[in-house]
Design a protein around this ligand. Structure first.
Ligand code: ADP
Ligand code: ZN
Length: 436
């Protein structure tokens, strides 16, 4: 039988032992950063903290936060903690929000990152007998490199497709018998759609699972992808600042992602008061890298909104779990004063209306009033006994959106295939207000 864990000792470690490990690593990391990163040392001095104040994870709260603004200030080398000659790799954010962030890796950093991804591949049922099709973009983006490296670690046969050329993806999938697909969830949905358009069914391919991440996706979208490709779809989370994908990964329970807390300490804070919130509270996710050498960010504010849980998991792993992020605080739209996450809209569309995951949210401002429109592609599945025509459908959709969000959206049903498909991170929101 295939191994269930990549690193059982760590993944199933007793909490007290894990906390001891984290404490030792944190103390060492704080000294490393203090000694080698003048930018962070200055931040610590401003807060009146020195490495002597940090005796273990119970003192984590004393350290200053780092934010995206710090990364911009310190760009490109200001947060580097090792000589550049010790670095072997640079990766960069996809630039979804503003200026790109660059991150540096020593060989040990790359090994740690790939090891985290290997845990994710094994949790998704991967073994050395699998053929892993990596359809995340290759290049500066961490998606391709991360899954590629993890796949090598596990010993899988790795197919470095990168994203795009969807028919060729399916051709190779058939010819070479890919068993695990790795890409963004929106690209997985597109691959599923294309498979069916090519007159094929999941029986024509050998895929058994998929590892999808890099953008928010709902449970409803998971179900659609699983059905269209005939697989189990697992979530994976990460960000360039903390290495890339693999900071957290989903297990067979498919109810949140285990955080690799031997490398990353997670906290949830209130983004307004910066207060650390107890387990189970919803707030902003903050990570402290305790093993990274070249780019060790301490208390880095991700801006991703989610919840942590130590509830016992049926897979046997003891690593803390994070719920699917709702999105990042900067994805949150404020429309007519109301907070709106695209994922809330996705749930209504996919769950209650059987829409495809092809929708777009368009926000604009006329005078001083916000306008809010949701474009949804029509599909036959959206009609039922009670919903027989387009205007009834629009009315029903509109009513549910009001119920969930408390504000009214103009619903526009558009022709199938008229909303652009994504091969990477999907663009769900067009906010024209920002262009003014
Ligand atoms: P960019 O900020 O340019 O998108 P990255 O490629 O480093 O740069 O993306 C990291 C971000 O992607 C995370 O902070 C998070 O918002 C999002 N993300 C990554 N994985 C997931 C996931 N599984 N679910 C939801 N969001 C995710
Ligand atoms: Zn689990």
């Amino acid at each position: 039988m295939a191994a269930k864990y990549w690193n059982e000792k760590i993944e199933c470690m007793e909490l007290s032992e894990m906390q001891k490990l984290q404490s030792e690593r944190l103390v060492k990391q704080v000294t490393h950063v203090w000694d080698n990163v003048p930018y962070y040392r200055k931040k610590m001095e401003e807060k009146g903290v020195t490495p002597d104040d940090i005796k273990g994870i119970e003192d984590l709260y004393k350290l200053p936060f780092l934010s995206k603004a710090d990364l911009r200030d310190a760009y490109p080398y200001g947060l580097l903690a090792t000589p550049l000659t010790d670095c072997v790799r640079i990766q960069s954010t996809s630039g979804t929000t503003g200026k790109r962030v660059v991150s540096f890796y020593t060989q040990n950093d790359v090994d740690m990152w790939e090891d985290c991804v290997a845990r994710s591949i094994v949790a998704a049922g991967g073994t050395k007998d699998d053929v892993v099709q990596v359809a995340y973009g290759y290049g500066l983006f961490t998606g391709g490199a991360g899954l590629h490296g993890g796949s090598h670690k596990v010993g899988c046969l790795t197919l470095p497709m990168s994203s795009g050329n969807t028919e060729r993806q399916i051709q190779f999938m058939q010819d070479l018998g890919s068993t695990i697909l790795c890409c963004t969830p929106s690209y997985a949905a597109y691959i599923g759609e294309t498979l069916h358009e090519m007159g094929l069914t999941p029986d024509d391919i050998k895929l058994k699972s998929g590892i999808f991440g890099a953008e928010p996706w709902t449970e409803e979208m998971r179900q659609q992808i699983e059905a269209s490709l005939g697989i189990k779809a697992y979530d994976i989370y990460g960000l360039t600042e903390t290495s890339g994908p693999g900071v957290a990964f989903e297990c067979e329970e498919q109810s949140g992602m285990h955080i690799n807390e031997d490398n990353f300490i997670a906290e949830i804070i209130d983004p307004d008061t910066l207060e650390v919130l107890p387990e189970g509270s919803k707030g902003e996710l903050v990570f402290t890298s305790i093993t990274k050498e070249a780019f060790p960010l301490l208390r880095y504010r991700t801006r991703d909104i989610c919840v942590l849980s130590r509830k016992k998991c049926s897979c046997g792993r003891t690593l803390i779990k994070m719920a699917k992020p709702m999105g990042r605080s900067d994805d949150m739209l404020i429309i007519k004063g109301v907070n709106v996450f695209p994922s809330q809209i996705e749930t209504v569309l996919l769950k209650n209306f059987k829409a495809t995951p092809n929708y777009q949210i368009i926000v604009d401002r006329v005078g001083t009033t916000d306008t809010f429109e949701i474009k949804v592609e029509l599909s036959d599945d959206m009609f039922s006994d009670t919903v027989k025509d387009i205007s009834t459908l629009e009315k029903k959709l509109s009513a549910e959106i009001v119920q969930i969000l408390g504000i009214k959206a103009k619903i526009t049903l558009v022709e199938p295939k008229s909303i652009p498909r994504s091969e990477g991170k999907a663009v769900r929101v067009i906010d024209r207000r920002k262009l003014v």
